[in-house]
Design a protein around this ligand. Structure first.
Ligand code: NAD
Length: 260
């Protein structure tokens, strides 16, 4: 891999205004890719961080529950940069509740953002990738794409679903220069997980440090968080020439979570 081996390529990372998405976007930018960021909140700071790597960056605030907005984002990206070469389906939300009381509106939102949005971005990105005979589709699934936990019915279903979608897209593109793979992180300390740590601390009446320690010890044998930077390096590997024939894998980076 040369230093700027993604120079001239364009990456679109959904949900990249914070957390893992931003970590992956920064690694891709560091290696020269132009970036389309997506996600809620003020995008000026994430855009400045990407720009510092000397690449072009735009932000599109498409709501991943809205197919028409996803279509607009993909069309804008193609208009601005010619095509999307690297698609990272990362946007995701969590809701924790027993299934009997799981709010149906939350079920629909989790499935729409974590799974259905990737169907839309993939179907819209693939024609130009096929025409160029090069493309990378990287789906950010989860250890919960491989194993389950209680009270996470929608999340576990969506993540198992995106692992399945990854395999189908990998097979349908198998004779082309387009690859599709999934990344399955364990615990990563982002706003999504901080919320769960805060809820645990409040429920148990313990400090956030103690809640964090307990959260890790329940699932992650390494007792340490995976970082967005480490996940970004795995995305870079999928984008490299060494990844040309890596197809349909669901690669866990989870401190040993699913080895148990
Ligand atoms: P995060 O909350 O830090 O970031 C989520 C991003 O998605 C934000 O940019 C947010 O604005 C965006 N987003 C949320 N709803 C959206 C919508 N409707 N439309 C567009 N953007 C939307 O979360 P994170 O922890 O970085 O999670 C990123 C991905 O990694 C998710 O798919 C999550 O399931 C997965 N993941 C996270 C962990 C973890 O421990 N944090 C572990 C495994 C998998």
């Amino acid at each position: 891999m040369s230093d700027r081996f993604l120079h001239g390529k364009t990456a679109l990372v959904t949900g990249s205004t914070s957390g893992i998405g931003l970590g992956i976007a920064l690694k891709l930018a560091q290696r020269g890719a132009n970036l389309v960021l997506n996600g809620f909140g003020d995008a000026s700071e994430p855009m400045a961080q990407v720009k510092a790597h000397g690449v072009e960056v735009v932000h599109h605030a498409a709501d991943m529950t809205q197919p028409a907005q996803i279509e607009d984002m993909m069309a804008s990206a193609a208009q601005r940069f010619g095509r999307v070469d690297i698609l990272v389906n990362n946007a995701g939300i969590q809701h924790v509740s027993p299934i009997e009381t799981f709010p149906t509106e939350r079920w629909d939102a989790v499935i729409a953002i974590n799974l259905t949005s990737a169907f839309h971005t993939t179907r819209l990105a693939l024609p130009a990738m096929r025409a160029a005979n090069w493309g990378r589709i990287i789906n950010v699934a989860s250890a919960h794409g491989l194993v389950a936990s209680v009270q996470k019915s929608a999340y576990v279903a969506s993540k198992h679903g995106i692992v399945g979608l990854t395999k189908v897209v990998a097979l349908e593109t198998a004779t082309s220069g387009v690859t599709c793979n999934a990344i399955c992180p364990g615990w990563v300390l982002t706003p999504l997980v901080q919320k769960q740590i805060d809820a645990k601390a409040a429920a148990l009446g313990v400090s956030t440090e103690e809640a964090s320690r307990q959260l890790l010890s329940e699932k992650e044998p390494s007792l340490s968080f995976t970082t967005p930077e480490e996940l970004g390096e795995l995305a870079l590997f999928f984008c490299s020439a060494a990844g040309n024939n890596v197809r349909g894998v669901a690669w866990n980076m989870d401190g040993g979570w699913v080895a148990q």
